[in-house]
Write a protein that binds this ligand. Structure first.
Ligand code: DGL
Length: 293
């Protein structure tokens, strides 16, 4: 019988953004197998609402459990975590589960000016979960919170295009420019934002655009490495880590949307061959309300 330790870890996002988390997971857990699911046919999640995102999260979790026998799940999407992780947790209490939230606690420790920018999807930044987190940290630091409608979608659409010599002139650039300008002054002088929290897993792939707009001194905070460490702790605690000789580490990637986008992103960001990517259809449950647990 196959040992549970040799089963894969499931990782999912609305699209290719969660590959930034998968990159950190592979570095932290080199002996593990991974199954990545990009729900690109249903992206972006950020402007859809909780019921829709909750239904997708349940459908994908069930698919990964039933078709791949995953031993743990990393919800590599801030929006899905905010909308549905509590329901997934109560439905599958035995499943080791890791979610993502904008890393505003580490930002609090990092800022020198006491002003921190936070960018993310509308779904994440207007969620009750994020509201609670922010309220718990109110003090001398000011958080400037900016939902970035359309940005994850623009990043998603750009992945199979050649990387332009200069970021300016792309759709991603135009959106980054609009939102960064709306937030106010970035820099290390008094009153400026010296720290920017990337509260959506797609945004690290617009790092070049964001860096050009905020300047070289602003610190970016994202969650990939912290999530990978948390996943290791959880697997260790459950006795589910794969041993060094357990198997050949393997990554399988699936998308509900366009294969070229996933193949291009997997090659560009993870150096994985196109053959590791496949398409899959995962229908949303027709009758099941997302709120049932
Ligand atoms: N990458 C996702 C997140 O971290 C959401 C992007 C989207 O589908 O809007 O929130």
């Amino acid at each position: 019988m196959t040992s549970p330790n040799s089963q894969p870890i499931g990782v999912f996002d609305s699209g290719v953004g969660g590959l930034s988390v998968l990159r950190a997971l592979r570095a932290e857990l080199p002996h593990e197998r991974f199954v990545y699911l990009a729900d690109s046919a249903h992206a972006p999640y950020g402007e859809r609402g909780d019921a829709y995102v909750g239904a997708r999260t349940h459908a994908i979790t069930r698919h990964l459990l039933e078709q791949h026998g995953i031993k743990a799940l990393v919800v590599a999407c801030n929006t899905a975590t905010a909308a549905a992780i509590h329901e997934v947790r109560s439905r599958y209490p035995a499943l080791p589960l890791v979610g993502l939230e904008p890393a505003i606690k580490p930002a609090l420790a990092a800022t020198q000016t006491g002003r921190v920018g936070v960018i993310g999807t509308r779904g994440t930044l207007t969620s009750a979960k994020f509201g609670k987190l922010l309220a718990s940290l109110q003090g001398s630091t000011e958080f400037v919170v900016q939902p970035c409608d359309g940005l994850a979608h623009a990043i998603e659409r750009s992945v199979d295009r050649p990387v332009p010599a200069s970021p300016e002139g792309t759709e991603t650039w135009a959106l980054c420019e609009r939102y960064i300008e709306a937030m106010g002054a970035f820099g290390t002088a008094a009153g400026q934002m010296d720290t920017l929290v990337l509260g959506c897993t797609h945004y690290i792939f617009a790092e070049r655009d964001l860096r050009a707009l905020v300047g070289p001194e602003v610190r970016f905070i994202e969650t990939g490495e912290a999530v990978a460490r948390q996943t290791r702790r959880l697997l260790e605690g459950a006795g589910l880590l794969a041993g060094p000789q357990a198997q050949t580490p393997e990554v399988q990637l699936f998308t509900t949307g366009g294969l070229p986008q996933l193949q291009s992103a997997a090659q560009r960001w993870l150096e994985l061959p196109a053959a590791s990517c496949q398409t899959v259809a995962i229908p949303s449950p027709a009758t099941e309300p997302s709120g049932t647990a």
